[in-house]
Design a protein around this ligand. Structure first.
Ligand code: ZN
Length: 374
């Protein structure tokens, strides 16, 4: 088995969420001959795949997604984004880095492990809904696995975590993220008679200034400082210039570390509004709480594998955006390592062919180490 050919076959399926375009069939055809039992749970419009083989208490799952983000203007690409051509040693195509290349590397590593006589319990948990709403993918696959008693003991997510060289960065957690609207109510009136009105824009600005004035925290040993960021302000009539409006709203995002939770942050927002005497209401959506996987056997096996395959020691990180690890961590320890992510979601997304082989070596060494621990 060759990770490059498999990555090319996957990229040639234009699986822009929610389309599957044959990507999970490619994976099924690769895994079934290796002795994996394949299930294809369909949730809503989304196809998903669970493949498992072997038994035992140290079941290790590789988790990932076959869906990709849109290409943008195809003419901006120097090649067809779904042709998976190799130019100057780089495989170019949508999903090459995020994350069809990593899926191909892990399938190849698993095949190498099994060919070498390995018989550890292995699973693949692959969804077609990571880049979209992420509601009919891993979020539903984990309880689906739990219902059947098929949960793994640990999981590796193949997101493109590497920054300069393959294997240089392992994600051991992720920040949480909240998107929300803050609405402040006032009393409408004529600008010439401000005492008869209550300007909600003034109050909203004061609340926002208060929220910005004090940092949420100074960061921790593992996390960057949490950050509150305003992304939009609305209020007032677009035409009338003599009207104090009745309502003003601000949209915001909070990226937060594990010193906070969605509940504690809502209380923090409420306290700021109360301190400014603002009649405020909130609409908050938490897309993931902050989490960290304590260093242990899982990270030790992966660090050892990277050192063996690349002769360099990886660093641990919790930076960047959210990933499907947020859905897995409630069920088992989860860690993330994949290709270099500098071109992901960009025009001419690409990955050096040599990196696919290096990542395969890392994953294969990781399988050996993880099951040797048992
Ligand atoms: Zn991804």
């Amino acid at each position: 088995m060759n990770p490059v050919a498999l990555a090319q076959a996957l990229i040639r399926c234009p699986s822009i969420t929610p389309a599957d375009a044959g990507a999970l069939d490619v994976l099924t055809d690769a895994l079934a001959p290796m002795g994996f039992t394949i299930e294809r749970p369909q949730f809503g419009a989304i196809g998903n795949l669970v493949a498992s083989r072997g038994s035992g208490t140290r079941r290790l799952a590789f988790a990932g997604h076959t869906d990709v983000v849109p290409t943008g203007e195809p003419a901006a690409w120097s090649v067809d984004p779904f042709a998976a051509v190799i130019i100057d040693g780089a495989l170019i195509g949508r999903g090459a880095a995020d994350m069809k290349g990593a899926i191909a590397a892990f399938v190849t590593a698993a095949s190498r492990y099994l060919d070498g006589g390995g018989d550890g319990a292995l699973s693949f948990i692959v969804t077609g809904d990571e880049e979209g709403q992420a509601v009919d993918g891993t979020a539903r696959l984990m309880p689906w696995l739990a219902d059947r008693g098929w949960l793994p003991a640990a999981a590796l997510v193949g997101e493109p975590t590497s920054t300069a060289r393959v294997g240089d960065t392992i994600k051991i957690g992720r920040r949480g993220s909240i998107n929300g609207w803050l609405s402040v109510e006032g009393r409408q009136g004529h600008v010439a008679y401000p005492t008869r009105a209550d300007n909600p824009i003034t109050r909203l600005v004061r609340v926002l200034a208060r929220l910005q004035a004090e940092p949420l925290d100074a960061g921790t040993a593992w996390f960057e400082p949490s950050n509150f960021e305003v992304t939009r302000i609305e209020g007032g009539e677009p035409v009338a210039n003599n009207l104090i409006p009745a309502e003003a709203r601000a949209r915001f995002n909070i990226r937060f570390n594990d010193l906070h939770s969605a509940i504690s942050l809502e209380a923090w927002l409420r306290a700021a509004a109360e301190a400014e005497g603002a009649r405020a209401s909130w609409d908050i959506r938490c897309s993931g709480e902050a989490f960290r996987t304590e260093p242990g056997p899982l990270s030790a096996a992966l660090v050892g594998a990277v050192e063996a395959a690349t002769a360099a020691t990886p660093t641990f990180s919790t930076g960047g955006g959210t990933s499907d690890a947020r859905f897995i961590r409630e069920y088992c320890p989860v860690i993330e390592l994949g290709l270099v992510g500098t071109t992901m979601h960009q025009v001419d997304e690409a990955v050096p062919v040599v990196d696919l082989h290096t990542l395969t070596d890392i994953y294969a060494a990781f399988l050996d180490r993880w099951f040797a621990q048992g």
